[in-house]
Design a protein around this ligand. Structure first.
Ligand code: PMP
Length: 391
């Protein structure tokens, strides 16, 4: 066959992608060995029946043809109202494009911000798709390490040191994989660097309804940042609608106009009945969002209680999202070695920190996505295993 484009083949970057533990757990399950999986960032509940009823009514009502490419007017307005109410930044439907999930929004936002061959910065530890997304649009993906010692809050000086000539910076708060919520000080430092180096800031806020301590601050609301910030949102995490593929980009209206042009030539928009379901779900207001976030808040408390009873595994303060990151460096094992042994010896699957970049080496990401009792028991086993290794 003819050669494939290197833009495509470079997406995965070669080498190990750090998902071996996950794949091995799935193979064990397929072979009949029960495994407690604390690996995947997906709720243990399904999309609420009321949302499905809205989707069904819309489809049966005829909303099965092409929908407006930047999104149906009512949903764009609803997202704009929501963003304005939560951030205080004046936002209208012209600032919003509806996308097939946050992932495609990340891709489109970087295509808007980064000329081919330019540098796109991102924070390490990072959500698994980030480097591939940046390479996929033809940018050079450059990580900036956040340190465990700083509670994985990115340091503005470290970003500044790599920012000269870069086109964009991608951040994510509340963060996957760490569960860390960036402080106002962190975000103000980031905003200064973006302004100093004329960077686009791409702010992935898909976990913005999952905050356990403090508050979510969108950097778009910081002084003079609205003109250089593209916010990524999604219904996946806030409304347990991962499979529906509906999210958005919020940014300056000129950017949204160009992105609509991009969508016309790529996705051709999002199914109308899915958008109607998203509209229904958003109009249900905070009560539904709180119901969906509640299990993670409970399990985060279970984590704090269990981790507080021992001193071999350290929890980095996790104030949001559905994950906690645990420091297991006292055991002398790498995250990968620990995760492999935990899987083999106790049939518990967690993600090695190394799957999410260099900065999270010696850590584990635990997804709080199984029922409370099984979750608590698995965590107790993990801590007992670490204690044995420390002896
Ligand atoms: N950003 C982050 C940080 C994520 O964790 C995810 C999903 N795991 C996404 C974006 C993409 O989500 P979706 O495409 O389902 O909206």
């Amino acid at each position: 066959m003819p050669a494939l484009s290197t833009t495509l083949t470079n997406i995965t970057g070669g080498g190990s992608d750090g998902w071996e533990v996950f794949m091995r757990a799935r193979q064990m399950i397929a072979a009949g060995t029960p495994v407690t999986e604390l690996t995947i960032g997906e709720h243990d509940i399904r999309t609420d029946p009321s949302i499905l009823a809205a989707m069904d009514a819309s489809a049966r009502g005829g909303h099965t043809g092409y929908a407006m490419v930047p999104g149906i007017a009512a949903l764009r307005q609803e997202v704009a109202d929501r963003v304005q109410a939560r951030t205080g930044v004046v936002t209208g439907p012209e600032n919003v494009m509806i996308t097939p999930g946050g992932q495609s929004a990340l891709f489109a936002a970087h295509l808007a911000a980064c000329p081919s061959g330019s540098t796109a910065l991102f924070i390490d530890p990072y959500y698994a798709t980030y480097p591939g997304t940046l390479r996929g649009i033809g940018a050079v993906a450059v990580p900036v390490q956040a340190r465990a010692e700083d509670g994985f809050q990115p340091n503005a000086d470290d970003i500044n040191a790599l920012a000269s000539g870069a086109a964009s910076l991608l951040i994510n708060s509340p963060n996957n994989p760490t569960g860390v919520v960036y402080t106002r000080e962190t975000l103000e430092g980031i905003a200064q660097v973006c302004k100093r180096h004329d960077l686009w800031l791409i702010s992935d806020e898909v976990y913005d309804t999952q905050i356990w301590e403090g508050e979510h601050l969108s950097p778009r609301a910081l002084p003079d940042m609205a003109e250089r910030t593209l916010v990524i949102g999604s219904m996946s995490k806030s409304h347990a609608m991962t499979g529906s593929r509906v999210g958005w980009i919020v940014g300056p209206k000129e950017v949204i106009a160009h992105l609509t042009n991009l969508a016309t030539h790529t996705t051709y928009g999002v199914a109308g009945f899915v958008q109607d379901a998203a509209l229904f779900a958003l109009r249900e207001g905070p009560a539904l969002e709180e119901k969906i976030a509640a299990p993670f808040a409970r399990r985060r408390k279970i984590t704090v209680d269990i981790l507080g009873q021992q001193n071999h595994v350290r929890m980095i303060p996790a104030d949001g999202a559905m994950y906690v990151i645990l420091d297991i460096r006292d055991t002398g094992l790498s995250g990968e070695a620990f995760a492999n042994r935990l899987l083999d010896e106790h049939h518990i699957a967690v993600m090695p920190g190394e799957s999410f970049g260099q900065a999270a080496a010696g850590h584990l990401r635990v997804a709080m996505t199984i029922d409370d009792d099984t979750y608590g028991a698995a965590l107790q086993t993990l801590c007992a295993f670490a204690a044995k290794l420390c002896k």
